[in-house]
Design a protein around this ligand. Structure first.
Ligand code: FES
Length: 103
């Protein structure tokens, strides 16, 4: 019988929880990054480029490309591929450079 990835590495996973992406509820698991949770829910793009408005989501997945920037719990410019998801996290599409409120 095939073992799951969690069984292969000997980890124990906790119960799933929920985060939100805008108005949408997204399931997440302990240890999962925000980007992984969004991907698992079929959300592949969560911001647009500043000048041309092209869609962006996770690209490198290791914190190098900055394509995955999102506003998480009110903080802009968070790299979703590096931020562990926590119950109740609120993720929204980042507008522009993320600091429009500064003027
Ligand atoms: S996907 Fe490249 S920095 Fe997050």
């Amino acid at each position: 019988m095939a073992r799951t990835p969690a069984e292969l590495v000997g980890t124990r996973t906790g119960p799933s929880f929920e985060i939100t992406f805008g108005d949408r509820t997204v399931p997440a698991r302990p240890g999962q990054s925000v980007a992984a949770a969004l991907w698992a829910a079929g959300i592949l793009a969560w911001r647009t480029t500043r000048t041309t408005g092209r869609p962006r989501g996770a690209f490198c997945g290791i914190g190098q490309c900055y394509d995955c920037l999102a506003t998480i719990n009110g903080q802009p410019n968070r790299r979703a591929c590096l931020v562990p998801a926590h119950p109740g996290d609120a993720v929204v599409t980042q507008e522009g450079h993320g600091h429009a409120s500064l003027g």
